[in-house]
Design a protein around this ligand. Structure first.
Ligand code: HSE
Length: 438
């Protein structure tokens, strides 16, 4: 049988890794797929030929639109990233009857509903394992391995750059911008690194995970998104004093009222395995009714870890080329006519616990005023810490943890506390999740 021909759009960090893994492990991969798989074409404006042994043997051009029309190519692998022209290229590839593999989380989160509908009409596959958590096969686990379960909630460290920055700040006291530069040099960071540090990249990935977990349409615009740039070294230290770590989490949960979808820095108990996922590594913790908690850990970014997921998708497609399209694994795990529009909760309606840090005048009665506002708002305090001011300074820090309340209650309380004369500046609020799996 002739080998399946793959056309790569992009020969950068992930494209190069995909080319190298497919070439290096060609025999092993064809034994798994049941057919040879070759990269026959690529489209790239620039690439490092020195790092791609064998690239001279394939047809490399710079016209991605010509490649998606090329009748000799069976599978298009989109590794350009970003919304456009990636969307147009993928839709054209589908219209031309080609299967598509993409690592593009922004594309799937934003345009996935349209892309999957087009693929469904045309009877082709669009595979996107590499779009979430790099080399961790989390899409496969959720869509197939956990298909017996009702998923209750999942959470993940799903941005390697952000986790790398928080880890280096905590362990080595390094400067935020210095660590970010290193992540960029290592090829972890997005083209626009604010996507990493402001949580947009994690929100793209959470959108995809929530859809597959709960069988809901992709709704990136409904994810609450907050980045790590406000986190200070002091917060990391105080969290540790209470037995918590601060991690930048994507979190989605099914409640009676609807689905929570949120990305924000979060205190989690340091004894949880996921609290100990450091550096550029990613992890996703899924709590499901039959199996209970399962944790998936691995490299969330980087050339060959991401290529590992891309190549696995290519193998999956090759294995099912002759299948009736109706018998393939559905794009969003649930059959397209069984996707349901469960409401996504507004941030005011979510429930969580909180870490609050405030700067107060060091005088009698302040703690009582704060406690009284919290008590009147139905907010119960779990722990409290007061740091004495250094000699000559008349302001102290109060740090407290609360029990779970509705975000709306906490917003009201924070507004009232910030209005007190004895409170200085804004209150630092970080959400806290216990991640109990009972
Ligand atoms: N910028 C992303 C990260 C790359 O740091 O996780 C992988 O999606």
């Amino acid at each position: 049988m002739n080998p399946v021909k793959v056309g790569l759009l992009g020969l950068g960090t992930v494209g190069g890794g995909t080319f190298n893994v497919l070439s290096r492990n060609a025999d092993e991969i064809s034994r798994r797929a049941g057919r040879g798989i070759v990269v026959s074409h690529a489209a790239a404006r620039e690439y490092d030929a020195g790092g791609l042994p064998g690239i001279d043997g394939i047809d490399v051009g710079d016209d991605a639109f010509a490649l998606v029309q090329n009748p000799d190519v069976d599978i298009i692998v989109e590794l350009i990233g970003g919304y456009e022209p990636a969307r147009e290229l993928v839709l054209q590839a589908i219209a031309n009857g080609k299967h598509v593999v993409t690592a593009n989380k922004a594309l799937i989160a934003m345009h996935g509903n349209e892309i999957f509908a087009a693929a469904q009409d045309k009877g082709v596959m669009v595979a996107f394992e590499a779009a979430v958590a790099g080399g961790i096969p989390i899409i496969k686990a959720l869509r197939e391995g956990l298909s017996a379960n009702r998923i209750e909630w999942l959470t993940g460290i799903i941005n390697g750059t952000g986790n790398f920055i928080l880890t280096e700040m905590r362990d080595k006291g390094r400067d935020f911008s210095d660590v970010l530069k290193e992540a960029q040099a290592l090829g972890y960071a997005e083209a626009d690194p604010t996507f990493d540090v402001e949580g947009i990249d994690a929100a793209h990935k959470l959108t995809i995970l929530a859809s597959i977990a709960f069988g809901i349409p992709l709704q990136f615009d409904k994810v609450y998104t907050e980045g790590i740039s406000r986190i200070t070294r002091a917060d990391v230290t105080y969290a540790e004093a209470f037995g918590y770590r601060i991690k930048h989490l994507g979190y989605t949960r099914r409640t009676q009222q609807g689905i929570e979808m949120r990305v924000h820095p979060t205190l989690i108990p340091e004894r949880r395995l996921i609290a100990n996922v450091d550096g550029v590594m990613n992890a996703v913790l899924v709590n499901a009714d039959a199996v209970g908690p399962t944790l998936y850990y691995g490299a969330g970014a980087g050339s060959e870890p991401t290529a590992s997921a891309v190549v696995a998708d290519i193998v999956d497609i090759v294995r099912t080329l002759s299948c009736d399209p109706g018998n393939r694994v559905p794009h969003l795990a649930f059959q397209p006519d069984a996707i349901t529009d469960i409401p996504v909760l507004a941030m005011d309606d979510i429930e969580t616990a909180y870490y609050l840090r405030m700067q107060v005048s060091d005088k009698p009665g302040v703690m009582a005023e704060v406690a009284s506002i919290l008590g009147d708002g139905g907010i119960s305090i779990e722990a409290i810490l007061q740091k004495e001011p250094p000699a000559g300074v008349d302001q102290a820090s109060i740090i407290l943890l609360t029990h779970v309340v509705q975000e709306r209650q906490m917003n009201d309380a924070i507004e009232q506390i910030e209005a007190l004369e004895s409170i200085h500046g804004d209150i630092m609020r970080i959400r806290l999740e216990h991640l109990n799996c009972d």
